[in-house]
Design a protein around this ligand. Structure first.
Ligand code: FAD
Length: 237
């Protein structure tokens, strides 16, 4: 489940609130997405039982649980001990920037809700006279913020194909054109869906070698501009 809410942050710590934060916990990622100077939107992925508990909590209790989820240090895992040693040896921290998210002060009244999350893919996007787009065709975990992008891509492709059908004197429901839309979008959507699903699987795992591999992978990506740019371009495309 994705527990969502609107949160009030410590404005001084948020410093303009231009950074989105995401922490990967064994139960799933918890993310803060900036709305205004001192308001952020929350998406907290967790199991159904925990989501129900979070919704029932008193506001102060919820805020405490959230700050703990974001800020609690995990010094117990052996992977973290190894990472600390590697951090000391390699220049992973040379880009010193704000390393901790701002503290959450309050949850806005009645803003808490929960939505089911998951991977879903239509077996076909089209039939004669109809096409599905967006989440009706594909649903991905929100951890990489790709859901809307995939839907926009569908719209773009479908309008191009329909324009082509019209230009060529065909009917809009012509399956030959609609299938072209489906083929093009499968090529674009499936790798992104697989990548997002792989990330989610990788990050919902506390097995020390996995933790080490993904942490080093992220640090390496952050320090290697062409690789970082590649992933940023993919995310905003
Ligand atoms: C918690 C959460 C966080 C997310 N965060 C991000 C993010 O940060 N970035 C990102 O890119 N994506 C994110 N997503 C995904 C994103 O919200 C979806 O990909 C996007 O909203 C899909 O748009 P859509 O128009 O296809 O479908 P929807 O937004 O689901 O719109 C479908 C609409 O159709 C209506 N409807 C359904 N059935 C009927 C019917 N029979 N008759 C009439 N109306 C009907 C629904 O009420 C709804 O309004 C998130 C999703 C969740 C759940």
């Amino acid at each position: 489940m994705g527990v969502v809410a609107t949160l009030e942050l410590n404005e001084a710590q948020a410093a303009g609130n231009t950074i989105a934060w995401q922490r990967f916990l064994p139960s799933g990622p918890v993310a803060l997405l900036p709305l205004t100077d001192n308001l952020s939107s929350l998406v907290w992925t967790t199991n159904v039982e925990h989501a129900k508990k979070l919704l029932k909590m008193e506001p102060d209790e919820f805020v405490d649980a959230l700050n703990e989820a974001f800020l609690k240090k995990d010094s117990s895992s052996s992977a973290n001990s190894v990472l600390k040693i590697i951090d000391g040896i390699l220049p992973f921290n040379k880009n010193k920037m704000q390393q901790v998210p701002p503290k959450v002060l309050k949850v806005q009244e009645k803003s808490r809700a929960a939505f089911p999350l998951g991977l879903g893919h239509a077996s076909s996007y089209v039939c004669k006279g109809a096409a599905v787009i967006g989440d009706a065709a594909h649903r991905v975990h929100p951890l990489a913020g790709q859901g809307v992008n995939l839907g926009f891509g569908d719209v773009l492709q479908l309008t191009e194909v329909l324009a082509e059908a019209t230009y060529n004197g065909s009917e809009l429901y012509d399956l030959q054109y609609l299938l072209k839309y489906e083929q093009e979008r499968l090529k674009a959507n499936v790798p992104i869906m697989a990548g997002v699903h792989a990330l989610q699987t990788l990050y919902c795992n506390n097995f020390a070698p996995f933790v080490l591999a993904r942490s080093l992978g992220l640090k390496f990506t952050n320090l290697t501009p062409p690789i970082k740019k590649f992933f940023m371009d993919k995310a905003i495309a």
